[in-house]
Design a protein. Structure first.
Length: 354
């Protein structure tokens, strides 16, 4: 990362994305939140789910697939369990609004959950784990898109699921853990990027329509299409299959809205739960346990001495701090797309740092 060039100032990228979203019609408050969340994805190193999504979001605003303004509808509201209809409003804004809603309830009740149906796409799940670290909470977040499918159930050849990510965040003393994983081996975003670049994966992470293993993302676009493999692959994909079902139950199942309903376009169904550490064994006791476990992981004798064991999220937090100071390293495909997008609205991409 240190030898990356060119780099861009993170604050200027947020301002550019904010201005672009507002120029495309998004209301001011959602635009600011979405812009910050996308850049957070790049800062953490999740560059398929950062500013790489901006062109798609603008296209959705232009077509009406993403609502420009409005409020979520409260479908059900109990003290510790809430259901919203997101009305296809910007996903990152809905998720941050949801965390804002849950924080005081979790502090009062110990645990509070929100499910959002008919949200638009929510970008990088790891970006929201920063809120858990800042607030001293444990956050569990899951997401599915009932409007599309690219992952077959274990043993099958026809897509039923999306990658169905699941994320977990909690603080440690002086650091934190941020897990952001999917029920499939890889993602649609990475598959699209590799196909556009004419690249293949290093391993077989897909199958074609006949169930034959493949490392070529083109199989997703064949007729009939192939699918992404669930986590565990051909040998142990039942584990990813089970995780996909867990995410579907937490999202579409609890929302009462999902794959049994007509598709509406690119979007999401979202599950969030916040746990207040003091409501259980207490924050000090939580940190004593998890700090001990973290140290046991970090000091574990590595199989490769050049690659010591690290905790999920440590690399992302290190990249975030480094890029906040030295500038954001964008994937080579992103800056040209942003420049073209900005020109359509009379906006210039910030100049690269010297």
């Amino acid at each position: 990362m240190s030898d990356c060039a060119p780099r861009y100032d993170a604050g200027q990228l947020v301002a550019f994305a904010d201005a672009l979203l507002r120029a495309a019609g998004m209301a001011d408050a959602p635009a600011a939140t979405v812009a910050r969340t996308l850049v957070d994805g790049d800062l953490l190193g999740h560059d398929t789910h950062g500013l790489a999504l901006l062109a798609g979001y603008v296209k959705e605003l232009e077509s009406g697939g993403m609502r420009r303004e409005g409020q979520p509808l409260v479908v059900s509201d109990r003290p510790a369990a809430v259901l919203w209809d997101g009305q296809r409003l910007p996903g990152p804004w809905l998720v941050h609004r949801g965390i804002d809603l849950l924080l005081p309830r979790a502090r009062e009740l110990g645990t509070a959950s929100l499910v959002i149906r008919r949200s638009h796409h929510i970008a990088c799940l790891a970006a929201y784990m920063l809120r858990a670290l800042d607030e001293g909470m444990l956050l569990l977040l899951a997401c599915s898109d009932p409007n599309s499918a690219s992952v077959a159930p274990f043993g099958g050849t026809e897509a039923v699921f999306t990658p169905n990510p699941l994320a977990l965040g909690f603080a440690l003393t002086g650091s934190g853990v941020m897990v952001d994983i999917s029920a499939s081996i890889t993602t649609n975003g990475m598959s699209n990027r590799k196909r556009a670049a004419g690249e293949t994966f290093a391993r077989d992470v897909l199958i074609d329509a006949q169930g034959r293993p493949s490392n070529d993302p083109q199989v997703l676009f064949d007729d009939p299409p192939g699918t992404l493999l669930p986590l565990g692959g051909l040998d142990h994909g039942h584990k990813g299959y089970g995780m996909a079902l867990l995410v579907e139950a937490l999202t579409g199942g609890l929302a009462g809205h999902g794959r049994a309903d007509p598709p509406e376009g690119w979007g999401a169904t979202v599950y969030l739960t916040l746990h207040d550490l003091d409501a259980f064994g207490g924050k000090r006791a939580f940190l004593r346990q998890m700090d001990h476990l973290a140290e046991a992981c970090r000091t574990n004798r590595p199989a490769d001495p050049g690659r010591p064991v690290r905790l999920p999220g440590e690399g992302g937090l290190r990249r975030r701090a480094e890029q906040a100071a030295a500038g954001v390293c964008l994937h080579p495909s992103i800056a040209p797309a942003l420049e073209s997008l900005g020109q359509r609205y009379g906006l210039d991409l910030p100049s690269a740092l010297a």
